[in-house]
Design a protein around this ligand. Sequence first.
Ligand SMILES: NC(=O)c1ccc[n+]([C@@H]2O[C@H](COP(=O)([O-])OP(=O)(O)OC[C@H]3O[C@@H](n4cnc5c(N)ncnc54)[C@H](OP(=O)(O)O)[C@@H]3O)[C@@H](O)[C@H]2O)c1
Length: 228
Amino acid sequence: MRVCIVGASGKLGQYMVEHALDRCYEVVGVCREQSVGKLDAFKGRITVIPGATDDREVIEKAVAGCDSVLVVLVPRGIHGYSTGTAQAVLDHAPQGARLVFSSGWHITLDGKDVYSWKLKALVKIAGPLAKLARFADLDDQVEACRRVFASDTRWTLVRGSDLEEGAGQGLPVWSRHVGDPILESNKTRRVDFALFMVEALENDELVHEAPAIVGRQTPSALAHAVGE
Ligand SMILES: NC(=O)c1ccc[n+]([C@@H]2O[C@H](COP(=O)([O-])OP(=O)(O)OC[C@H]3O[C@@H](n4cnc5c(N)ncnc54)[C@H](OP(=O)(O)O)[C@@H]3O)[C@@H](O)[C@H]2O)c1
């Protein structure tokens, strides 16, 4: 399998590169020019294409000949970086390619998610402040995901809970809606978020799903685990 990882130099991206190499996939990573050095540990084992992830020419080149694309969607800046990134991938990925995008729990596919006051406050207060500071635009990620959902591609959007570093605990568990009891612990190791993204490439049951994930060793996952 030839996989393109868009946003490969970030924390999530680097873990995804590791998981993909563990599976002997051929990896093409896209990252900003100034971040290429962050991928030095993988020198000689992956192809790096430097450039902004919302640069359509960069993405066109990177996804050529790929069976699948993993995309870190980040709402950085206020100029539609996430939306541009998602659209470039949707437009240029080869027909039938498996596309897996990342986001947070605040994205909803069907409006049936039930959010805690804490998450609502974060989106309502921190969101506008981040935009005011020109640091990030949560609406941009919302628009990017809306376009993914509306596309006729083989997409999955993986919605991460709060993240933490630490040794992997295995494949996170998931549910369709935030608010479901199994997700209550709201904590996932970043390395396992990456594992879920990479495993999703070969799991057709996740096509057109927006799984909200949580660490498999968290109390809520253990309390509500079924048949494992
Ligand atoms: N952080 C959380 O608690 C959390 C919780 C739930 C879900 N998520 C989701 O998880 C994914 C990864 O998030 P993360 O927080 O863990 O971050 P991350 O993996 O470190 O990724 C951050 C990405 O943003 C890029 N970036 C940083 N500054 C930028 C700028 N000014 N302009 C453009 N790109 C820039 C980085 O590229 P460079 O390497 O070039 O800097 C990197 O690809 C995202 O989809 C996020 O929505 C995060």
